[in-house]
Write a protein that binds this ligand. Structure first.
Ligand SMILES: Cc1cc2nc3c(=O)[nH]c(=O)nc-3n(C[C@H](O)[C@H](O)[C@H](O)COP(=O)(O)OP(=O)(O)OC[C@H]3O[C@@H](n4cnc5c(N)ncnc54)[C@H](O)[C@@H]3O)c2cc1C
Length: 398
């Protein structure tokens, strides 16, 4: 029996993998995406992760190019500002509050926030039935045999197919990365993020607010109104033992503590979703390519959820791979993979290091580091060129 062939095999049906399928097909490639389970498209489903993702401006360019933005736009809330509130002690005392505005460096907003379930649903509606894309949910990448001109991939259901390029977007425990013999360096922080959704009486004004205090940031990202009331997605980083204690509280008790943690800036918060736990780690693959293989997204890098860097860095990987493939007849040729590696390796290393350092400083209860946090915020915000440079770097620029 003839073996099935595809130009590009994508392992992983997360947001990054689904976006890649549309983008590669827009370049005229035949794409097969495999993933053990279909994406969760409703908040009530068991696997719903309750997170939202703030997609920064460069992600929008990619969504436009792949024909995805019209599907995403109806559920997207623009992010026009980022407010940093520096607090100490308990109950928290505000030392300083600064707002970074998108009009300082851009014509439009910094980006758009969407619930992950809404993003998944929009991406699925855009992909289904689209030419050049085969979606195979219920099976995953198992292993591969790499030859000069192609890779022979065995899937977990036993079928085999050949691909000119295998793209690893199968998450932090990537089976493709392991099959390619690429190790990872991991930093564990002993921190856990709690993710949940709240309603609040006062409007968020399309501004994302990060409250810093010992333990890590408490981030409120604007969502569309729920039942006519303003709503936000919360990501709250804490030492893991404290996160465990917090999540054993009743919803009312936790809502009260969360309101205090947010300095009551938006009035009393009311939790309207279950609570999900995310252990925090940083991770970096020791290589981004192997013969016929490109490593992208969380298979390549994991960072703590600070400054909306995770998935946006993943989409920067995708943009770089698309650029490297432009005009190439063979998407997995050594020159394409070398160009991808050249475009991304240094930026990924810098970003993982910078967020690691930022996390260590901002979560610390040491007075010297708390002082550094405050003086750093004042210095960055107070000097216009520095402020703009930091904002541009956060958007994915160098
Ligand atoms: C609390 C929190 C908040 C965050 N907020 C933001 C934010 O605002 N902005 C931002 O940019 N980032 C954010 N991030 C980071 C972002 O969520 C992650 O970067 C992103 O979800 C990872 O996407 P991914 O597609 O790489 O991996 P995943 O979402 O983990 O997807 C991997 C996929 O691969 C599949 N898979 C597993 N094994 C196999 C296999 N053998 N074969 C094929 N497929 C396989 C899985 O089923 C899954 O579908 C946040 C992270 C956390 C923890």
């Amino acid at each position: 029996m003839a073996r099935e062939h595809t130009d590009i095999l994508i392992a992983g049906g997360g947001i990054a993998g689904l976006t890649a399928a549309a983008a590669f097909a827009s370049q005229g490639r035949q794409v097969t995406l495999v993933s053990p389970a279909p994406p969760v498209v409703a908040q009530q489903e068991d696997g719903s992760d309750l997170r939202s993702t703030a997609f920064l401006q460069p992600a929008r360019d990619l969504f436009d190019m792949a024909g995805l933005w019209p599907h995403l736009a109806p559920k997207a809330i623009p992010l026009e500002g980022l407010r940093i509130v520096d607090t100490v002690d308990w109950p928290p005392r505000t030392r300083d509050s600064r707002e970074f505005r998108s009009e300082d460096i851009l014509d439009g907003p910094f980006g758009w926030n969407l619930l992950n379930v809404d993003t998944n649903a929009a991406l699925m509606s855009a992909l289904e039935g689209r030419d050049g894309i085969t979606l195979r949910f219920g099976t995953g990448f198992a292993d591969m045999l790499t030859r000069d001109r192609e890779s022979i991939v065995r899937l977990s259901d036993g079928t085999r197919l050949s691909a000119q390029l295998v793209v690893a977007m199968d998450g932090r425990n990537s089976a493709v990365r392991a099959a390619a013999g690429i190790d990872v360096d991991v930093i564990r922080y002993g921190q856990t993020a709690l993710a949940f959704t709240v309603q609040h009486p006062l409007p968020h004004g399309n501004v994302s607010t990060e409250f810093y205090n010992e333990g890590g940031p408490f981030t409120m990202v604007p969502l569309p109104d729920v039942d006519g009331q303003p709503a936000s997605a919360i990501v709250w980083m804490n030492p893991s033992a404290k996160a465990q204690n917090l999540s054993s509280l009743s919803s009312e008790e936790l809502s009260d503590i969360a309101s205090q943690r947010a300095c009551n800036m938006f009035g009393p918060l009311r939790i309207i979703s279950p609570i999900r736990h995310w252990p925090i780690a940083a991770q970096k693959a020791r290589a981004l390519t192997a013969p016929r293989t490109a490593i992208l997204a969380e298979a390549a890098h994991v960072v703590p959820p600070i400054g909306a860097q995770g998935l946006n860095t993943s989409l920067n990987d995708l943009a770089a791979l698309l650029k490297a493939m432009e005009g190439a007849t063979d998407p997995g040729a050594p020159a394409v993979l070398a160009a991808y590696n050249k475009a991304r390796a240094a930026d990924i290393s810098r970003r993982v290091q910078a967020i690691d350092l930022f996390n260590r400083i901002t979560r610390s209860g040491l007075p010297s580091l708390q002082h550094l946090r405050l003086s750093g915020l004042k210095a960055i915000h107070g000097i216009a060129p520095v402020r703009k440079a930091v904002m541009r770097a956060g958007m994915g620029g160098n």
